[in-house]
Ligand binder design. Structure first.
Ligand SMILES: *[C@@H]1O[C@H](CO)[C@@H](O)[C@H](O)[C@H]1NC(C)=O
Ligand SMILES: *[C@@H]1O[C@H](CO)[C@@H](O)[C@H](O)[C@H]1NC(C)=O
Ligand SMILES: *[C@@H]1O[C@H](CO)[C@@H](O)[C@H](O)[C@H]1NC(C)=O
Ligand SMILES: *[C@@H]1O[C@H](CO)[C@@H](O)[C@H](O)[C@H]1NC(C)=O
Ligand SMILES: *[C@@H]1O[C@H](CO)[C@@H](O)[C@H](O)[C@H]1NC(C)=O
Ligand SMILES: *[C@@H]1O[C@H](CO)[C@@H](O)[C@H](O)[C@H]1NC(C)=O
Ligand SMILES: *[C@@H]1O[C@H](CO)[C@@H](O)[C@H](O)[C@H]1NC(C)=O
Length: 466
């Protein structure tokens, strides 16, 4: 194994380096036995991308067999039963690192599978009253959408990340996983969330290894954001401690954990001397079934993510049609995304269904909810006028300002700046529940005139003390 830290450089140099790396890789087998050799050591940060060519080639045939097996498991509806998002993510990331590959589905087949996945998501959202949404499940879909260069915050007008974040997530592993998906989608993360991840990373001994690996994946993603660069420093010790958990057999407990840890430690130079990456990958490879599977489609997809250069940690940095050296992949992707968004000719949908709720009091002592069917592209102000005509509880008063209406009274309650009582407008992915009141991040970003309603959204005006 060898590391070629790449610090900001243009694509020409990057391609040159890859070529060089491959060329040298064939003639320098002897030196590469030692993973600690940092030939071209221009180490700059703890999270530099490294080009690992020979190591990759060693496992390429296992990856190919696993990919072929995954493709062979595709159902006639183009999905993979419960594992459609995970498998699709593995296949797409595999496509990212291979020029053209006959064993992988072509662009049209990928589109059909992506469509099947969309149907699964819609079904999940549609039935959420009968079968409550399970955040980790929705998270798999959000990550798969990001991998396919679709924004999970705008899934046909629905914010999947908002829905996920709206749930209180007790389990630390699920929490880290959902946070990774939110970060991958470039969603805003609260300080509280980052602090919880850091607390877990710093008390790793009290947590399972898969939780710690997922926390590191989430924190590495967050640290790519320029506002959180300083996190890279906090990651050093937890990653080294994680690397040291490697067992004599090369694994980190079981196949799933090993696959996750390999992704968490991928490209981290500081940790590389504390574990043996090849040994971990041989551990994984030795568990492959003769037909190429690693037990089942879900596990096989996760293993593929760990044996190839791009895993869970690489999704955020996919170029998605922006300037990129491997243009070919992205031509297909562009086709994929535009055909997905054109398909359901949105302009045919003239009316949208939304709910409008009023809550009075910080402890919600009075509440009203109505469902409305209104024309598309209506401002929330117009919705308020319609609601007032339908139900007198929704009577409101607003003052007019140059920048629009300012609502100061609804349902007979007037704002009291002296007592810090205000009407706050929220836009929510789900019907509001007083048991789990929405956080401030869901307050509508614009005023009642600028807020255009969207299909399936839930609006809440809450009279509360700030
Ligand atoms: C890493 O593991 C591989 C495979 O088990 C082994 O051949 C190699 O010698 C190990 N490297 C070190 C530095 O221990
Ligand atoms: C690791 O390095 C490879 C090769 O440069 C790159 O494709 C991949 O995106 C990197 N992964 C992460 C998580 O940075
Ligand atoms: C979508 O529907 C509108 C109105 O029915 C129609 O004018 C438009 O041509 C359609 N667009 C596409 C891409 O089918
Ligand atoms: C949209 O809703 C209006 C009432 O708000 C109704 O008159 C109209 O028929 C609806 N249009 C469609 C296409 O459903
Ligand atoms: C809201 O409820 C909490 C406890 O449930 C109570 O301590 C608090 O005084 C209540 N606030 C108001 C304004 O009634
Ligand atoms: C909402 O109001 C109804 C009566 O209109 C009441 O039965 C219900 O308990 C209230 N719900 C909450 C959460 O306060
Ligand atoms: C919605 O309104 C905006 C601006 O008011 C306009 O640009 C857009 O074309 C409208 N969309 C539809 C589908 O009518």
């Amino acid at each position: 194994m060898k590391h070629v830290p790449v610090v900001k450089m243009d694509h020409g140099i990057l391609i040159w380096l890859v070529t060089l790396c491959v060329a040298l890789g064939n003639s320098q087998e002897a030196q590469e036995e030692d993973p600690n050799i940092n030939w071209l050591s221009t180490k700059v940060t703890t999270d530099t991308s490294s080009l690992t060519s020979t190591l990759q080639n060693d496992f390429e045939s296992s990856v190919q067999k696993a990919l072929s097996w995954l493709v062979s498991q595709r159902e006639s509806d183009w999905g993979w039963r419960n594992e459609t998002p995970t498998v699709l993510m593995a296949l797409q990331l595999a496509k990212e690192t291979r020029d053209s590959n006959s064993i992988l589905p072509n662009a049209l087949e990928m589109q059909l599978s992506a469509k099947q996945m969309e149907i699964e998501i819609v079904t999940l959202l549609w039935r959420h009253n009968e079968i409550p949404i399970v955040p980790p499940k929705l998270t798999q879909y959000a990550l798969a959408l990001s991998t396919l260069c679709q924004d999970p915050r705008q899934f046909h007008g629905h914010d999947l990340i908002g829905t996920i974040q709206h749930h209180e997530i007790v389990h630390d592993l699920d929490f880290a996983y959902t946070t990774l998906a939110a970060c991958t989608a470039n969603a805003h993360l609260r300080k509280k969330q980052i602090r919880r991840l850091l607390d877990i990373a710093n008390a790793a001994k009290d947590h399972n290894i898969d939780t710690v690996a997922m926390v590191i994946l989430a924190l590495r993603c967050i640290s790519k954001d320029h506002r959180h660069r300083n996190l890279q420093h906090s990651l050093r010790r937890p990653t080294i401690n994680l690397a040291r958990e490697q067992q004599p057999d090369g694994g980190f407990g079981n196949l799933y954990n090993t696959a996750l840890v390999v992704q968490a430690l991928q490209n981290i130079t500081d940790a590389s001397t504390h574990w043996n990456e090849s040994a971990a990958k041989y551990y994984i490879e030795s568990r492959q079934d003769p037909d190429g599977a690693f037990t089942d489609p879900g596990l096989t997809a996760n293993v593929v993510l760990s044996l190839q250069p791009k895993g869970l940690g690489a999704i955020r940095t996919l170029s998605c049609g922006k300037s990129s050296p491997d243009v070919e992949n992205h031509v297909e992707l562009d086709g994929l995304t535009s055909s997905l968004s054109n398909h359901g000719n949105d302009s045919e949908i003239r009316n949208v269904t939304i709910t409008y709720t009023l809550w009075v009091g910080t402890n919600v002592t009075e509440n009203y909810t109505m469902s409305l069917v209104v024309p598309r592209n209506t401002s929330f102000y117009n919705v308020m006028v319609m609601a007032m005509e339908l139900d007198p509880h929704y009577t409101f008063e607003a003052s007019e300002w140059p920048n629009g209406h300012y609502v100061h009274s609804i349902a007979g309650y007037k704002e009291e700046p002296m007592g810090y009582h205000y009407w706050l407008l929220y836009r929510l992915p789900e019907l509001p529940d007083p048991q789990a009141p929405p956080g401030n991040h869901l307050v509508a970003p614009v005023g009642v005139d600028g807020l255009l309603i969207e299909e399936g959204d839930h609006y809440l005006f809450w009279y509360k003390k700030l």
